[in-house]
Design a protein around this ligand. Structure first.
Ligand code: NDP
Length: 240
């Protein structure tokens, strides 16, 4: 049986994949959720399905003001905030020689800028209440690099370093890095290089479903206040 979580949890990128699965997993524990992403139609449908304990707002994590309003709306709805899950991310992979600078910039803006905007938006509140929890969804790409993924890996390395930096600076704020291996989601649907898109299909032959990552997020959040799960790496293994 699922233990109850008496917390207010904000989740970015909850319109699909891991963020949506995390919303389902946490809603089942009784946690109050505020979910964000750009596709409001999907958020509205998910919130309607999960019930009154779930609020939503359209959010572009690359916009710091938008993120502050998202946090304010969540606090107004539920009277406070306990956890921010920075999950939104994009992965338009390509070789560096293809010089897809717009795609590099988008990865940096969403994957790194979005996490920083989230930290900036919740930090004053967390410092004032002398507690809080930032859960950043990075990747095994935070620990390695591979061809066509240099920029994506760089953004996830940055998320790992920022998470550790926050941990070292703030001893009353919990920080967790969730590093998934391959998960079958919409991630990479915007890859414009046909060879890389084909390769991604091959990598996904051995993949996790998003609920596996959602359970890791729940595990970090449900720990007693004095315990901080700093990193969880979750990879698939072959079924047989
Ligand atoms: P999805 O593509 O299914 O989900 C990505 C989410 O990010 C969507 O909800 C999307 O919502 C949101 N998003 C993208 N850009 C923005 C933006 N500018 N502002 C707000 N939200 C945004 O992929 P996953 O669920 O797989 O990805 C979730 C996280 O997990 C990412 O950080 C990804 O890097 C990481 N990850 C995924 C792995 C995998 O194999 N799938 C492996 C390792 C890590 P919308 O478009 O509605 O804004």
């Amino acid at each position: 049986m699922t233990e109850g979580i008496d917390k207010v949890v904000l989740i970015t990128g909850a319109s699909s994949g891991i963020g949506e699965a995390a919303a389902r997993e946490l809603a089942a524990t009784g946690a109050r959720l505020f979910i964000g992403a750009r596709r409001g139609d999907r958020l509205r449908a998910l919130a309607a399905e999960l019930g009154d304990t779930v609020g939503w707002r359209e959010l572009d994590v690359t916009n710091g003001t938008d993120f502050e309003r998202f946090v304010e709306a969540a606090a107004a709805r539920f009277g406070g905030i306990d956890v921010l899950v920075n999950n939104a991310g994009v992965m338009p992979l390509s070789p560096l020689a293809a010089r897809k600078q717009d795609e590099w910039k988008r990865m940096i803006d969403v994957n790194v800028g979005g996490v920083l905007n989230g930290i900036a938006a919740v930090l004053p509140r967390f410092l004032e209440q002398k507690r809080g929890h930032v859960v950043n969804v990075a990747s095994v790409a935070a620990h390695m690099v591979m061809p066509t993924a240099a920029v994506y890996c760089a953004t996830k390395h940055a998320v790992r370093v920022i998470t550790e930096g926050l941990r070292q600076e703030q001893d009353k704020i919990r920080t967790t890095l969730i590093s998934p291996g391959v998960v079958a989601t919409e991630l990479g649907h915007d890859i414009t290089d046909p060879d890389v898109a084909t390769a991604l299909t091959g990598w996904r032959r051995k993949s996790l479903t998003p609920d596996a990552i959602a359970r890791a997020i729940r595990y970090a959040i449900e720990q007693p206040e004095g315990i901080d799960i700093n990193e969880v790496i979750v990879r698939p293994v072959a079924a047989d």
